[in-house]
Ligand binder design. Structure first.
Ligand SMILES: [Zn+2]
Ligand SMILES: [Zn+2]
Ligand SMILES: [Zn+2]
Length: 742
């Protein structure tokens, strides 16, 4: 299971951990780019994603590729010296960008714990990641089924990133469930998936599709071509919401949910939303279609949530601040020098956006080439994201993918699941993202029952991202370390560190903007990340949930495990610190480190992301699981019922059966995926078409749908086992239909 793409093993095998990470990460990316990504030539990239010349000529903006940057701001670039001269008068109005904030407040005597206060984001403030890392786990030739659950907000970006990172040699059958709890996220994810699916189906230019999706994700307003596509091409896809197309209703409890399958050769999509969400999405869709062009300026979210400009100036270069200011004004994901098409329709709901960037890996965006304007981070981000979307489509066109989208709120999962606890769908990867930082017990209670046991798949992993372990101030030791860090703001530490971030000269030790750079450097280079973070995670006062096991009362669940889960000492899927770009204490810092520090300081979120990986080594009885759930206090989630979890389980396990399409997404015994016509064997029973079939709607008392066998797709299952399971399944299906007709 070791291979060239195992960053984590090298990273964590020795104490000089940090030093190797940067290079292994880079190696890995290079490899990804060369071997695994679908081919896109440099010329094509330049033509499709590259920067356009910023000069305004009589016909509008010059359309030639830009190659000569403005040397002062590096925010715009031109095709020729001639164009540069032609634009000089206009550009001189915004270049050089201002170096000072409009106002500055007095230094304070209170020194903050963190130099940069991360602001809210619309989607999620941690980077897209390859949650499969197949080459280092199941293997670069793996062709079996992989069930993936993405729940940590904006799961779609992880999906796109992971699919693009797949080795060309593998062809896993990907069943991906994305759960989005927030309505705006759910709505934009739905629109993006429908656009991608339609684009693939009608064989649209993948670059155009990527352009549409990028607007849906990130733009405050849409240009008319986005609205035209949604109105014209997606009209039929909205019929389930307008009542023109029948949907399936599940009523496992008092909370009915609606399910609709969008058929497709390459990208079948099944959606399942609870009734209130379904109705809200219907309203959003109606508002989207009916809206009139508007000319309102952007104001609300930026002023309410944006970082004060003086803070931005304290940590960013003037060009970077200029980019930020422009983005705040327009809210359009465009290159800095691009004149906007008329953007006239609000991106529902209400055009809401936050400063993006942090949802994608910082170094990959900043190093995006070919791109002439070095300082234009938003422009690079657009190019980068579009390229990812194009690669995703190319891959899906070749290999296919099954996606399910639901609104099951995993964070609310507390409940009482006697019936479906034993039989639940199991996932080979679960991405829980930041849910751990919100409520650790809930995170484990939710996902322990869903993770595949290591006996079935030794690589099955629950992936959790934590920032809290780095930012925490709860433990006495952390308080002590942070206080020491603050003292070092004004005193020399080491020649190496002091040379790239000198101590602040101050007579009164007050915290001024000048302190930000030094403070950040201390956190990055002087703090021992692993020790700092480990102390938090192994603190039994914070992480002892074993109140039912007398002998484990003094250890953290990171040491004892919990609910059948065991913490992996070494990550196998992710590097431990996703965005650690620099070596740590004791190393001589180089010019490159100083550059990385400046880059990182100007990123939209600056807290390190630590990935924690867990495997499933044991089973937990329902009774015990329930007891834990009952005794652990959930301050905010206490009142939520278990229905969300129930819904998710039901949706993930049973929906295809419900739709009378049980064969459609099943593996052939040869191991390939019938539905996507990837295997050449003759299959006796053709898939039943859901349209002809009466949907099986269970009566209220009938909860058999929750009890179905879920072992049908054990990753390791051999042919005999599979056919046996198929028979079993068919029998159950018949029973189900009967139940439905009652
Ligand atoms: Zn300039
Ligand atoms: Zn030009
Ligand atoms: Zn076959």
């Amino acid at each position: 299971m070791t291979g060239p793409r195992v960053p984590s093993v090298e990273e964590e095998g020795e104490s000089s951990a940090g030093a190797t990470v940067g290079s292994t990460q880079r190696d890995r990316e290079e490899e990804t780019a060369q071997e695994h990504a679908p081919e896109i030539s440099i010329e094509e990239r330049r033509a499709k994603f590259g920067l356009r010349c910023a000069a305004q000529i009589s016909e509008g903006q010059c359309s030639n590729p830009a190659v000569i940057p403005c040397q002062i701001c590096q925010l715009v670039a031109y095709c020729t010296e001639e164009c540069m001269k032609r634009d000089a008068e206009y550009h001189s109005r915004e270049c050089p960008p201002p170096t000072e904030p409009p106002s500055r407040s007095e230094p304070t005597s209170e020194i903050p714990d963190d130099p940069v206060k991360d602001m809210g984001v619309f989607w999620a403030n941690y980077a897209a990641t390859d949650i499969l890392n197949l080459a280092a786990n199941e293997g670069a030739e793996y062709n079996g089924l992989l069930r993936v659950l993405l729940t940590g907000t904006f799961g779609l970006r992880h999906l796109i990133y992971s699919v693009v990172a797949l080795p060309e040699t593998t062809s896993p059958l990907l069943h991906v469930t994305i759960s989005e709890m927030e309505l705006p996220h759910l709505y934009r994810t739905l629109l993006s998936l429908l656009i991608l699916r339609k684009g693939i189906e009608i064989n649209m230019d993948p670059y155009e599709v990527a352009d549409l999706v990028t607007h849906v994700w990130y733009s405050y307003k849409w240009p008319s071509h986005v609205m035209d596509f949604i109105k014209n091409q997606l009209a039929a896809d909205f019929q389930p919401f307008t009542g023109e197309e029948e949907v399936y209703v599940l009523s496992p409890g008092e909370d009915p949910c609606r399910i609709y399958p969008y058929d497709s050769d390459k990208m079948p999509l099944v959606i399942g939303f609870s009734l209130p969400y379904w109705e809200a999405i219907t309203t959003y869709l109606k508002e989207t279609i009916d809206q009139q062009p508007i000319h309102r300026d952007r104001e609300q979210d930026v002023n309410a949530y944006g970082e004060p400009l003086e803070n931005a100036f304290a940590r960013m270069s003037p060009s970077r601040v200029a980019g930020l200011v422009k983005w705040r004004q327009t809210g359009l994901m465009l290159a800095y020098g691009d004149s906007a098409l008329p953007h006239v329709y609000l991106n529902p709901p209400d055009g809401f956006t936050h400063e993006p960037l942090s949802e994608w890996p910082m170094n990959e965006i900043l190093d995006y080439t070919p791109y002439a304007a070095e300082a234009d981070v938003y422009g690079k981000m657009v190019a980068y994201v579009r390229e990812m979307l194009v690669k995703f489509q190319l891959r899906v066109k070749k290999k296919g993918i099954l996606i399910k989208l639901s609104n099951a709120g995993t964070v609310k999962m507390t409940g009482q699941f006697k019936d479906c606890f034993v039989q639940y769908p199991k996932f080979d990867r679960i991405e829980a993202g930041h849910l751990f930082d919100i409520s650790p017990p809930l995170c484990f209670l939710s996902f322990s029952p869903l993770l595949r046991h290591q006996d079935e798949n030794p690589f099955a992993t629950l992936l959790i991202m934590t920032r809290e372990s780095f930012t925490n101030s709860e433990t006495p030791r952390a308080k002590e370390l942070k206080a020491a860090e603050k003292n070092k703001l004004f005193q020399p530490v080491s020649q190496s560190l002091d040379s790239i971030a000198p101590p602040v000269q101050s007579t009164d030790n007050k915290y001024s903007a000048a302190c930000v750079h030094r403070h950040f450097a201390l956190q990055v280079f002087d703090r021992e990340w692993d020790m700092f973070s480990d102390r938090y995670l192994t603190d039994p006062l914070i992480f002892n949930f074993n109140m039912l096991e007398a002998e484990d009362l003094h250890r953290s669940i990171f040491q004892t495990g919990w609910l059948g889960l065991e913490f992996k000492k070494k990550n196998t899927v992710k590097p431990r610190w996703q965005n650690r770009l620099m070596p740590r204490t004791g190393k001589i810092l180089t010019e490159e480190d100083a550059t990385n520090l400046r880059r990182w300081m100007s990123w939209s979120t600056t807290k390190p992301e630590r990935w924690l990986e867990w495997k499933k080594i044991g089973d937990v009885s329902w009774a015990k699981w329930y007891m834990y759930g009952y005794y652990i206090p959930f301050p905010h989630w206490r009142d939520y019922s278990a229905r969300d979890l129930e819904f998710l389980y039901g949706f993930v396990t049973e929906q295809s059966e419900f739709l009378g399409a049980e064969n459609e997404y099943e593996n052939c015994d040869c191991g390939d995926w019938k539905r996507l016509n990837r295997c050449e064997h003759e299959h006796k029973q053709g898939p039943a078409t859901s349209a002809e079939q009466e949907p099986a709607v269970p009566s209220e008392e009938d909860d058999s749908w929750m009890k179905m066998d879920s072992g049908e797709d054990s990753a390791a299952g051999g042919a005999t086992e599979k056919s046996k399971q198929k028979k079993k399944k068919k029998k159950k299906k018949k029973q189900k239909k009967r139940a439905g007709k009652k």
